[in-house]
Write a new protein. Structure first.
Length: 673
C-alpha cells in the first residue's frame, strides 16, 4: 500500500506550498498554536487568545463563549517564502466529523499532545486515521511550561500507544516553570552546550541510519554520520510515514513555534499536480454567507478553476457557474480569481454542491476515512408552533454544513430527528440556533441508534399488478453478511427480462428500503441479490419499481426475521488501584467484557468492550466513584448482536410496505400529487 505522500509524488510536479491540518484532543492547544504561527509569521499584528475569545480561527459566537473549536477553520500564512494552508480542527470527540472531512484534503499533519495529560482519547482516534490514510505527521508536545509536564513520560506513551517511530528531533531544556526551549539534536553546534542531550542525539542518528542502507552500514561500522545525510534520511522517513518527528514547546509563551514551522517545511511534503490537467477536486467544508449564499471550500488536486468557469459536479452530475474564488483568513477573505492544482480556497456559486462532492474528474481525488459514527438520536423541540417552519429551514441549512446530522423531517408527524455524537454537540447546536437563527430549541433525551440484520437466509417476493396501470415483479434472495460488511447488492436478472433502467431503479431503492426493518432500525450486514424481475411492455409505469422494491425487501425481512444489533465501545479505563475492584463490578453490571487488569505506577488499567446503551451516564458516575481521578478512553468498536433480553424498536416513519394495500395507496397518492 502506497502512502499519500508517495501517491502525490506520482501525480505531477511538486508545488511550493503546504496543506497542513492541526489535530489534537480538546485543550491540548491547537488554536493557541495556530494563533502563534499566524503571529510569528507576520500574518497578524497582535496575538488573539482562546480564553479571551479573540482567536482568528475561533470566530463563531459559540466558540468564543466556550473556548473550544466547533468547526474546522482554514487560514493561510507564509513561512520562509512558502505559503501554508493551515486547517485548525476541533478537538472534542463530539465534532469528529469536522476532523474526518479535513483529513481527506491534507498532505501533512501536526498532532499536538499535551505534556501534562499525554496521549488522550481523541489523540488515538486521529492517529489511527492518519496512519490508515498514510499522512506524514509531526508530533508537537505542547504545554511544556505547565506544572506536571513530563517529556519522558509522554514520549513513553507515544511509543506505547501510537508508534515506536515517534522520534524526537529536539531535546527539551528544562520543564514546567524552568522550560526554556529545546536543543536541535541534529545541530552539533547547538549540542555543545548541552551534553546531557547526547543520548537522545544518538537515538536520533540511529533512527536516521535505519532509513538508509549506506548510513546504516556506516553506523554499524562505528563511523561518524554526516549530519546532512542523516537529516535527508529523516525527511525521507517522515515523508514515507515511517518516522514521526517529535518537537517540544509552549505555544502559550511562543516557545518552540518557529521550530515547528521549520519542521513543517522540512518534514511534511508539498502537494503535487498539474495545472494543465483536467480539473479534479473535492468539497470538504460548507458555509453560508448571508449575501453570497453557499460557500464551498475546495481542495483542487489537478487543473485550474477560475471566476466565471462552469464546473462539473461529478457526484451529482450537475453544472454550476463559479461566481467568485476567495482566500479565507478566519473572518476575512480576499478575491483571488483562480484556484490552481494543490491549493485550497473558498468557491462561491456552487449552489447544488454538498460536502464530499467531487468536482471535475474523480481521478486523483483520495477516498475518505470514516471516523465519526453518530450513536445517538434526538428529537428537536421548539417552544412556539409559529417557529416550526423556521426551525425546519435552519436545521436543513445546518445539515448541509454537517451531513452527519442526517436530518429526518417527518412532515406528517411534524417532527425533526437528528443523529448526534454526544451532549456537547447538542449544547452547541442549541447555541447556534439561538445566536445565528434567533430560534430557541431544545432536545429530547438521546436514545441509542440500534441496527438490524437478517436472522437467516431466505427470499422476498412482490407482484405489484394492481390497481392498473402497473406491473412490477421482483424476487430477492436475502442472506446475512459478516459483521461490519454493510449492504452488498447485485442482480442476476438479464435485461431482456427486466430493462436496465428498471434494474437501476431497483438498485437505487434497495438501500432506501433497508433504512427501516422489522423494528424500524436500519438493516445492515447483509447481501441482497435480485434473482427474478419482470416488467410489462404496456402496463409498467416508470415508477412502479419505486413502489415494488420496498414491498419485496420487507416481504423478505418478514420471512427471514431480523436480529437486533447494538453499538459497542472499546474502552481503556485507568483508575487508582484502590478503586479497581469497585469499577470491575460496575463494568460487569454494564455488560462489559474486559481483560485482566494491568498495574502501572499504583494505577489499574482495564481494557475491554462496553455496550453504548449502558454507558450513557458512566463518565459522570466514574468521576463520582473515583473522586475525579478516573480516566476513561473510548472508541467506537462496531455493532454486535444484542443479548436475547434486549429488544428495542422505534416508531416507524411513514407507511409500512408490509401493509401493502395502505402502502400502495399512500405511494400512488404521492405520485399523482
Amino acid at each position: 500500500m502506497t502512502t499519500k505522500a508517495e501517491d502525490t509524488i506520482k501525480a505531477g510536479t511538486t508545488i511550493k506550498l503546504r496543506n497542513v491540518g492541526i489535530f489534537a484532543h480538546v485543550d491540548a492547544g491547537k488554536t493557541t498554536t495556530t494563533e502563534q504561527m499566524l503571529y510569528q509569521s507576520g500574518h497578524i499584528r497582535a496575538l488573539g487568545s482562546v480564553d479571551a475569545g479573540t482567536a482568528q480561527t475561533d470566530w463563531m459566537d459559540v466558540e468564543r463563549e466556550r473556548g473550544i473549536s466547533v468547526r474546522a477553520a482554514v487560514t493561510r500564512f507564509a513561512w520562509q517564502d512558502t505559503p501554508i494552508n493551515l486547517v485548525d480542527t476541533p478537538g472534542h470527540v463530539d465534532f469528529l466529523s469536522e476532523v474526518e472531512r479535513s483529513l481527506r484534503v491534507m498532505d501533512g499533519a501536526v498532532l499536538i499532545v499535551s505534556a501534562v495529560e499525554g496521549v488522550q482519547a481523541q489523540t488515538e482516534i486521529i492517529w489511527q486515521a492518519l496512519r490508515e490514510l498514510g499522512i506524514p505527521t509531526i508530533i508537537y508536545v505542547n504545554k511544556m511550561d505547565r506544572i506536571g509536564a513530563d517529556a519522558k513520560r509522554v514520549l513513553a506513551e507515544l511509543h506505547r500507544l501510537l508508534s515506536p517511530g515517534a522520534v524526537p528531533i529536539a531535546a527539551p531544556i528544562g520543564a514546567e516553570a524552568d522550560f526554556a526551549g529545546s536543543v536541535n539534536l541534529l545541530d552539533a553546534s547547538e549540542m555543545a552546550g548541552h551534553p546531557w542531550a547526547e543520548p537522545e542525539r544518538q537515538r536520533l542518528l540511529e533512527a536516521a541510519a535505519e532509513q538508509d542502507e549506506a548510513l546504516l552500514e556506516a553506523y554499524l561500522d562505528g563511523q561518524p554520520l554526516d549530519e546532512r545525510a542523516a537529516a535527508a534520511a529523516l525527511v525521507a522517513g517522515a515523508h514515507r510515514g515511517a518516522l514521526f518527528p517529535v518537537l517540544f514547546g509552549s505555544s502559550n509563551r511562543g516557545i518552540g513555534v518557529k521550530e515547528l514551522m521549520n519542521a513543517i517545511l522540512a518534514y511534511l511534503p508539498a502537494p503535487s499536480g498539474s495545472e494543465e490537467a483536467p480539473a479534479a477536486g473535492v468539497v470538504f467544508k460548507m458555509e453560508r454567507d448571508p449575501v453570497m449564499g453557499k460557500i464551498a471550500y475546495v481542495r483542487l488536486y489537478q487543473g485550474r478553476i477560475r471566476n466565471r468557469d462552469t464546473v462539473h459536479n461529478h457526484t451529482r452530475d450537475t453544472q454550476d457557474k463559479v461566481t467568485q474564488i476567495r482566500r479565507v483568513h478566519g473572518q476575512k477573505s480576499e478575491d483571488i480569481g483562480v484556484l490552481a492544482a494543490g491549493d485550497i480556497a473558498a468557491v462561491y456559486g456552487l449552489s447544488r454542491a454538498r460536502i464530499g462532492d467531487v468536482l471535475g474528474s474523480p481521478e486523483g481525488v483520495p477516498g475518505e476515512k470514516r471516523l465519526a459514527v453518530p450513536l445517538l438520536t434526538v428529537q428537536v423541540q421548539w417552544g412556539s408552533e409559529a417557529d416550526y417552519p423556521a426551525v425546519v429551514a435552519a436545521f436543513q441549512e445546518l445539515a448541509d454544513e454537517d451531513p452527519q446530522l442526517d436530518l429526518q423531517w417527518l412532515q406528517d408527524e411534524r417532527e425533526l430527528h437528528l443523529k448526534v455524537m454526544g451532549p456537547i454537540q447538542m449544547e452547541v447546536l442549541t447555541s447556534i440556533l439561538l445566536t445565528r437563527f434567533k430560534l430557541a430549541v431544545s432536545f429530547g433525551a438521546p436514545s441509542v441508534i440500534y441496527k438490524e440484520t437478517p436472522a437467516a437466509a431466505g427470499e422476498g417476493f412482490v407482484a405489484y399488478l394492481a390497481p392498473k396501470p402497473c406491473w412490477a415483479i421482483l424476487r430477492f434472495v436475502i442472506e446475512p453478511g459478516e459483521r461490519g460488511s454493510g449492504l452488498v447488492y447485485k442482480s442476476n436478472v438479464r435485461n431482456e427480462r427486466l430493462l436496465d433502467s428498471y434494474q437501476n431503479e431497483v438498485a437505487r431503492r434497495v438501500p432506501e428500503a433497508l433504512q427501516q426493518g422489522l423494528r424500524n432500525w436500519e438493516v445492515t450486514d447483509l447481501s441482497v441479490t435480485l434473482v427474478e424481475g419482470e416488467h410489462h411492455v404496456w402496463h409498467t409505469h416508470p415508477l412502479d419499481f419505486v413502489i415494488a422494491t420496498p414491498m419485496g425487501i420487507m416481504n423478505g425481512l418478514a420471512n427471514v426475521g431480523t436480529k437486533l444489533l447494538e453499538p459497542m465501545l472499546r474502552f481503556r479505563l485507568s483508575v487508582p488501584e484502590e478503586y479497581g475492584g469497585k469499577l470491575m463490578n460496575e463494568l460487569v453490571v454494564m455488560r462489559g467484557e474486559f481483560e485482566a487488569p494491568v498495574l502501572r505506577q499504583e494505577r489499574m488499567e482495564i481494557e475491554g468492550l462496553l455496550p453504548v446503551a449502558t454507558t450513557l451516564d458512566f463518565p459522570a458516575r466514574l468521576g463520582a466513584m473515583t473522586k475525579g481521578r478516573g480516566a476513561l478512553t473510548t472508541f467506537f468498536a462496531g455493532y454486535r448482536e444484542c443479548p436475547p433480553n434486549v429488544d428495542v424498536s422505534r416508531v416507524r416513519r411513514g407507511v409500512n410496505p408490509l401493509d401493502e394495500a395502505k402502502y400502495i395507496l399512500a405511494m400512488r397518492n404521492a405520485l399523482s400529487g
